[in-house]
Design a protein around this ligand. Sequence first.
Ligand code: C5P
Length: 235
Amino acid sequence: MKLDPRERLIVALDVPSVAEAEALVARLGETVSFYKIGYALAFAGGIDFARALAGAGKGIFLDLKLHDIGHTVARGVESVARLGASFLTVHGYPQTMHAAVDARAGSDLRLLAVTVLTSYDDADLAAAGYDFTVTELARERAAQAHDIGMDGLVCAGEEVAALRSIVGAGMLLVTPGIRPAGADSFDQKRVMTPAAAIAAGADHLVVGRPIIAAADPRAAADAIVAEIAAATREG
Ligand code: C5P
């Protein structure tokens, strides 16, 4: 997929207020063209902010990880499509994905399935009652997402190559848990460098703390875009 390196970087605006988000977006300037808004900001005025950013030409990834009865998921997806968001996550349960795919018909919204959260390892899955390893569950849900007509998957870098072989070239693979070499992994258990994730076949990288908690967020973002560009040239 031919994308500008900057479009491949999605910065997670994991801050608790619109004022902080506005300040970050202003500091990041033209370096960043795509933002992810998750729980912290969404529940603090972030939906109106998302609408404004989309109106200003930025790509918006609403990471709301929807999961509810099909009717409720469908109405939520319709509202998100009207807002102008580019990406929305839903959990990779078949009923949820079917409802979401039907509801976004005719819009530009792309739906990403969350297979297994990148903070989970096999022990976390067992504690949640699953009789699957992370690898097994992620692959099963990827195949279901593909068959149901989802547009892409959120997946850890280490899963990209295997999932690509399951879902083919047509699905977007969006990878969080990205850490430049030497960066703090915080609570992520499955991390990869930007270059390695692109080389493995990821389409977009989601980066939060390595940029938003950096002393100079724009320099951190510039360095990651440069690493993506180099990895894209090599690929
Ligand atoms: O700060 P950090 O780079 O770890 O942020 C990663 C972002 O990606 C967070 O907003 C997190 O919620 C999100 N995410 C994730 N793993 C997933 C799906 C989303 O880390 N499977």
